[in-house]
Ligand binder design. Structure first.
Ligand SMILES: NC(=O)c1ccc[n+]([C@@H]2O[C@H](COP(=O)([O-])OP(=O)(O)OC[C@H]3O[C@@H](n4cnc5c(N)ncnc54)[C@H](O)[C@@H]3O)[C@@H](O)[C@H]2O)c1
Length: 314
């Protein structure tokens, strides 16, 4: 297929571009490098099956020219603000980068008759709901601007699926980790440790407990959902097995960085920042029924991701 990946120079998008090219798709990647990095896709740039376009999907003339040129058969829409805490400083950030980018992409798809969409959503739409959350759980009460904007964006994809027959697959990612990440707990710990190897500040009390999934396993989940979903509008959850506490992650990071004596300093409270959801868990049986299995326990995924990030030269 000829596909467009928005946000394809980002952490997850670049891994998805790798895999799509490997399996024989022709991939165009658009990214404004807001958080993405050219070096994430540098190894693909000589490949004739791949093309990078530096551009903002909110820039309508740019998007229009891209769709006219590309004649895509499908779009994987990952462009977003992925830094949840950053949304607290600017309440419109997530509205623009998560919700409006989705509307612009959907409108371009409608204008150009592109009929297949993958949308990257998130557990943040559930707020503090407890239990093993299945895809049809409600009511949805996000507690971050990020979660609210992704929920709104899911709503737009539903409208376009219904009114314009855009076949849509949504995967609500858990916490995704691995090399090329631009943010998130492991990235944050490694950055802080570099600045001060003697003490590591841990946001919250360290008891936040979430499922982590290695990026390669997430890309497997995206492609299983994409290839096998048979409804016009499908929603899936994916996560690693079980969950890992922030304290465990801090201990793994200091050990892997060769600094086992680093003092951990907890800032206290049950969460890292306003809008952070301290605990969540997914029911992943729907995606499992299509043949996807998480390969690793969440904590093994954390160890593996830390190794890969360090090997990649943090
Ligand atoms: N990493 C996670 O744990 C996680 C969890 C749940 C959902 N997600 C979602 O997965 C997707 C990818 O996230 P990621 O972790 O790779 O983050 P990322 O920040 O590395 O990737 C997002 C990319 O979108 C690009 N972008 C932002 N605004 C743009 C615009 N207007 N035009 C063009 N490009 C733009 C950024 O430059 C960046 O490269 C996002 O939609 C994110 O919300 C990520």
């Amino acid at each position: 297929m000829h596909v467009l990946v928005t946000g394809g120079a980002g952490f997850i998008g670049s891994h998805l571009c790798d895999r799509l090219v490997q399996r024989g798709d022709k991939v165009w990647c658009v990214d404004n490098l807001y958080l993405g990095q050219r070096r994430n896709i540098a190894h693909l740039e000589a490949n004739p099956a791949f093309r990078f376009i530096e551009g903002d999907v909110l820039d309508r003339p740019v998007l229009e020219a891209l769709f006219a040129d590309g004649r895509f058969e499908a779009v994987f829409h990952l462009a977003a603000n992925s830094d949840i805490a950053a949304g607290n400083a600017d309440a419109e950030l997530d509205l623009r980068l998560n919700q409006l980018t989705t509307l612009e992409v959907l409108e371009a798809m409608r204008r150009h008759g592109v009929k297949r969409l993958f949308f990257a959503s998130t557990s943040a739409i559930f707020g503090e709901a407890s239990g093993d959350l299945h895809e049809d759980f409600g009511p949805l009460q996000p507690i971050s601007f990020y979660g609210a904007s992704k929920l709104g964006a899911e709503g737009y994809t539903s409208v376009y699926a219904n009114q314009h027959a855009i076949r849509t697959v949504i995967l609500r990612f858990p916490n995704v980790i691995g090399e090329r990440s631009t943010h998130g707990v492991i990235f944050d710990f490694l950055r802080k440790l570099k600045a001060n190897p003697n003490e590591l500040e841990v946001l919250g009390d360290g008891n936040q407990q979430k499922p982590y999934l290695y990026v390669g396993d997430l890309v497997d989940a995206i492609l299983v959902a994409w290839d096998k979903a048979d409804a016009p509008f499908s929603v899936f959850h994916a996560s690693g097995i079980d969950s890992t506490s922030v304290r465990e992650i801090a201990e793994i990071v200091v050990a892997a960085a060769g600094r086992p004596d680093t003092r951990l300093r907890f800032t206290g409270g049950d969460r890292g920042w306003p809008g952070d959801v301290p605990k969540f868990s997914y029911d992943i049986s729907r995606l499992k029924a299509l043949g996807w299995q998480p390969r690793r326990h969440s904590t093994d995924a954390v160890r593996f991701a830390v190794e890969r990030i360090l090997a990649n030269g943090f």
